[in-house]
Ligand binder design. Structure first.
Ligand SMILES: *Cc1c(COP(=O)(O)O)cnc(C)c1O
Length: 403
């Protein structure tokens, strides 16, 4: 060898030990993958997982995460993308073209609406917003141009729980594909492809921000798009390939590392959130507390019907509406006074978070089932619930909301 320090370092003699079985899978990274011959290169298939061709189409590490996520959500195929929002955008770009129409629930994840009102509109794709709490409203809005319906359970920020099976039935009857943003349920609260036992009713596509519970660390951005139908998967996969939506294998490794503890973490977030939401109901400044497991929260009966016979999960989010006699500045001061709850977007990590929202700017109109006032959303982390409750109580005192 002419130069140990160049060639010698590149063509190193390392080989993975035979029979090396360990808890964590190996992390395989590649842009280039070698083929033994040109004939092998020509014949190798990138569209299924029988072979490797190029890093953008996956490595053993990403294949493994895809398989685990598909089985978690009860699907058959999975595509990984760089963020949850990229998963939503991939579905839109694959399913819609100029002249088509997409229906989105009015309480959908905000950036999904921004994408619809921005790029989708510019590409000649029309969006109509429907009332997620009304199956009739969705049925009435499906037209001959509708090519995709989004559903989300629970709704973003306001956490209403829709009649998911009812909404999906309407789409099936109309022959329109239905995509779920399954970030809240995470494959744990309910099975998106089997909403009603024995009825075979389920969504066609499940998009998931792995950034939240699957990552669990507040340090990874990733999304997935899961399907059960091979034809639909292939349509999404071709778009995925043409857009070049790859993910980094170090990030895939982090998600694989977090997956084994996800169900335990989800349960811990869920238990603490129920305690805090119930406590919040007894606090005078809060005129409404939104959490699907609370009996008077909008859509509670739908949550119970769907999630209770399954794992019974309700995730780690709750929102409050603050009495409108308090100003925005007082509500902001309440958020600023919190010590354990940090001010920040996203959720699913170990640290509790708080964000005030202006509902007027997020909805077509103020829904009748929501009280008037300032909306504050809490994402409950993994701290001890007594400490979190004490933090909320001291911030109510400190900000003058109790006075
Ligand atoms: C966070 C979130 C997303 C987007 O995930 P990112 O990885 O942050 O892009 C999509 N849908 C819902 C419901 C979310 O909460």
């Amino acid at each position: 060898m002419a130069d140990q320090h160049t060639t010698g370092l590149i063509h190193h003699p390392y080989q993975a030990p035979e029979g090396f079985e360990a808890p964590a899978p190996g992390v395989f990274k590649a842009s280039t993958v070698f083929f033994p011959t040109v004939a092998a290169m020509r014949s190798r298939e990138w569209k299924d997982k029988t072979a490797y061709t190029y890093g953008l189409h996956g490595t053993p590490t990403s294949y493994l995460l895809e398989e685990r996520l598909a089985s978690l959500e009860g699907g058959k195929q999975c595509l990984l993308v760089p963020s949850g929002l990229a998963a939503i955008a991939l579905v839109a770009q694959s399913m819609l073209k100029q002249g088509d129409e997409v229906l989105i629930p009015d309480n959908a994840y905000g950036p999904s609406k921004t994408l619809a009102d921005g790029e989708l509109k510019a590409w000649g794709i029309r969006t109509r917003y429907y009332d997620p709490m009304s199956v009739e409203d969705l049925a009435a809005k499906i037209s001959a141009q509708t090519r995709l319906v989004w559903v989300e359970a629970a709704g973003s920020v306001t956490l209403e729980f829709p009649d998911l099976a009812g909404l999906v039935r309407v789409c099936k009857r109309a022959g329109v594909p239905v995509a779920l943003d399954n970030t809240w349920g995470a494959g744990l609260a309910f099975q998106p492809f089997d909403l009603v036992a024995g009825e075979g009713i389920g969504v066609d596509i499940s998009a998931h921000a792995l950034t939240k519970y699957p990552s669990g660390g507040g340090d990874v951005l990733m999304g997935s798009v899961i399907t059960r139908d091979q034809g639909l998967h292939m349509r999404l996969k071709l778009t995925h390939m043409r857009l070049g939506l790859g993910v980094g294998m170090n990030d895939v490794e982090l998600v694989l590392r977090s997956l084994p503890s996800m169900a335990l973490r989800y349960r811990a977030h869920d238990d603490a959130t129920r305690v805090l939401a119930r406590w919040a109901q007894g606090q005078a400044p809060f005129v409404q507390v939104l959490h699907p497991a609370l009996e008077d929260s909008p859509g509670h009966a739908h949550w119970k019907a769907l999630c209770q016979p399954q794992a019974g999960g309700a995730a780690g989010l709750f929102s409050v509406i603050v009495d409108p006699r308090f100003t925005q500045a007082q509500c902001d001061a309440f958020c600023d006074s919190l010590r354990l709850f940090k001010i920040g977007y996203s959720w699913g990590g170990p640290i509790s978070l708080v964000v005030p929202y202006e509902l007027e700017t997020m909805r077509q109109s103020w829904p009748a089932h929501l009280a008037k006032g300032t909306m504050i959303r809490f994402s409950v982390g993994l701290e001890h619930v007594d400490d979190l409750r004490a933090d909320l109580a001291q911030a109510l005192q400190a900000s003058g909301l109790l006075g």
